[in-house]
Write a protein that binds this ligand. Structure first.
Ligand code: SIN
Length: 293
């Protein structure tokens, strides 16, 4: 379905779905465009094949899925992630003791910053950026600390045909240097000699859905290739503003032991640090992805 919102504003094409009812889980959409809450599953238990397939389908159809009331040990969280692929080790962020794939997410009264405060797709500076991220929040502030997610298929679809033609085949530089150097010094992390830097297509085709998504983000993308620097800066500014239109978004309000699983290939996210001096804490397991095409 296409809808024209406003006077010449973005066209929203809703996610294409196969229409068959789910049989092992419940799927309640947060918005027509992105996000769904999943019920009827305990992620601490090994997933049967039917449930696993339905979770994969729900992720493909909704880009980010949420599970409430999941009491998970680090091992159970890691096992759930491994069901979707090999796990990623973050190039900079601290991890839980003995678990390099379990990234620590924490902001409290002593934090100089919080993870993910700007729009981004996780570690898009990697040559093979993560397919998905699975965040389990165990400690919530009394209010605030929501995470916003945005649909990059919808952002791409809403571009003019002329802009789509302009971006066709264009590549961009994603660089972790500015993002990571010194960022975790307050947590005792020593910087690495260098951080990942990669070139990726500005528009990527999702390997599962076959749909096109915008794949640049404010966090990591530094430069569009093949055009002068001022043109690159101007076009990126336009695209960042465009992709941050609330029409493409949902906003998730965390509760203790909720889990969010997002697809970095077609969604961006942004965490709100509006709860200082309260504490928000949990762990993220990140699933490896492939080379964007
Ligand atoms: C992140 O970017 O992984 C952090 C997201 C969040 O804390 O909500």
């Amino acid at each position: 379905m296409n809808q024209l919102r406003g006077n010449g504003g973005p066209r929203i094409r809703h996610v294409v779905e196969n229409g068959a009812p789910y049989e092992t889980i419940t799927v309640d959409k947060l918005t027509p465009v992105i996000g769904a809450e999943i019920g009827g599953v305990d992620l601490a238990q090994p997933l049967g094949n039917a449930t696993f397939s339905e979770i994969q389908r729900a992720l493909a159809e909704n880009l980010v899925i949420f599970f409430r009331d999941q009491v998970l040990t680090p091992e159970q969280h890691l096992d759930f992630g491994r069901r979707f692929g090999a796990l990623h080790i973050h190039p900079a962020a601290p991890h839980a003791p003995g678990h390099p794939e379990l990234m620590v997410i924490r902001a409290d009264e002593n934090s100089p910053r919080a993870n993910g405060e700007g729009w981004h797709s996780d570690v898009s500076c990697d040559a093979m950026p993560p397919m998905g991220s699975i965040l389990h929040i165990q400690t919530c502030p009394p209010m605030g600390g929501d995470t916003l997610f945005a649909n990059m298929y919808a952002a791409y679809d809403a571009l003019s045909d002329r802009m789509k033609a302009y971006l066709d085949g264009m590549r961009a530089v994603h660089d972790g240097e500015e993002v990571y150097r010194g960022t975790y010094a307050n947590l005792g992390v020593t910087d690495k000699p260098s951080y990942p830097k990669s070139e990726h297509p500005v528009v990527r085709t999702h390997p599962v859905t076959g749909k096109k998504a915008l794949f640049i983000n404010r966090g990591f993308t530094r430069r569009l290739l093949g055009v002068p620097a001022d043109e690159s800066a101007g076009v990126m500014r336009y695209l960042f503003e465009h992709m941050e239109n609330p029409l493409f978004q949902c906003r998730f309000r965390w509760t203790e032991n909720a889990v969010a699983f997002w697809d970095n290939r077609c969604a961006q996210h942004r965490a709100m640090w509006d709860y200082w001096p309260h504490t928000r804490a949990g762990h993220r397991v990140t699933v490896l992805g492939d080379v964007p095409v």
